[in-house]
Design a protein around this ligand. Sequence first.
Ligand code: GLN
Length: 474
Amino acid sequence: MSTSANVTPSHPHFSNGQSCTDRVNRFLQNIESKKHLNAFLSVFTNEALDRARLIDEKIKQGTAGKLAGLVVGIKDVLAYENHPLQASSKILNGFISKFTATAVQRLLNDDAIIIGRQNCDEFAMGSSNENSAFGAVLNDIDNTRVPGGSSGGSAVAVMAEMCDVSLGSDTGGSVRQPAAFCGLYGLKPTYSRISRHGLVAYGSSFDCIGIFSKSLKTMATVLEVISGPDEFDSTVSRQAVPHFEDSLQQTSKKFKIAYLKDALHSEAVQPEIKAALQLKIDQLKSAGHTVEGIDFALSEYVLPTYYILATAEASSNLSRYDGVRYGQRSPNTTDLQSMYKKTRAEGFGKEVQRRILLGTFVLSASYYDAYYTKAQKVRRLIREQTKKILTEYNFILSPTTPTTAFKIGEHTNNPVEMYLADLFSVHANVAGVPAISVPCGKDKQGLPIGLQITANDFDEAGLFQFSNVIQNLA
Ligand code: GLN
């Protein structure tokens, strides 16, 4: 056993003067005492402790990596060799990863400690974490409320001090929306910034690995470590990866910011969220920044475009779960056809089936042009318009979500109502640009409010810089 007393941390930021072993033990205790939140599907107790001891030793020797002492949880859509991976679905019962996702491997290479695998909506489809085969995740502030989704377990784990940081995935808001509901920073980087190798595919042209953290500095360091080219994913950008932490230095720079006028007037947005946005606008103006209201002409098309294209891609991506190649196979079958059908009918939950059906419909020969092709065209227009705004302005400011965390069961019978939770977040995925949710106060019930900052392609440094500005406004 290593002791905390004589460890000289090379990164006081992560270890706060404590040994990694002590920190892991503390997180493990929190995981145990808050088991009812259902945030973790597997906890890698012994392994995390072994690694902590090893890294404590490396810290003493002065050979530890950049992330030494950082304790990370991973959403159950990220592969970690010889560990279970199920995307919170029955269809992957018993599946064990054969390799490690690039992002996870890079964390390990820099001496982070992976503490466990986190609950989420099945195949990352959902906005409340109620669609998991392992049951709902509860919000730590109010256990009758959802933590948001689909990376709900990952958000709650950081919120409830079960790990420092979580890696989630954000296809249409699944990192930013739960970050807003749980009072955390949640980042969706530019599409293609981080390798998707080892990330279970949902909508491949939208999927991004994202980061949850209570600290911008930690988030910046993690982003730098996991970003950049990867021989296993040819779609990763070759854009230089900056030293993101530098962007957290104080700046006197004055920015030009657009906000969505609609968000301040829409009936769909909770009054306290409008007030939080208005307050930031006023404070930014008094601090000398230029802030202007804009109309995004295509805003009513953003959500439908997302739900047409994401479901189309999902129906194709999820065709691989056929009972032959992965995980579960139905035992009650007579021939190949019935094996496929029964495995998929028994293995996939209701929401995933709904998405596959929707996606198959929009891709079917008679409707392909009317839905899929049309949505692709609209997506192009949305991206062009968004880029245009982001050449005139440094950032777009909006709420992350129309409401704060809602009650468990509140929207489960109305999928369209549930999809509206993504009103503001899907835009960045449709356009491919980076966005972050920043905690900005609480509503009357004490539930966290998140504001979203969207930047131009590859300007995550700008997001960090401006998040810092927003947080320091008074
Ligand atoms: N809530 C959205 C959906 O259900 C986003 C999901 C995600 O980002 N993974 O598709």
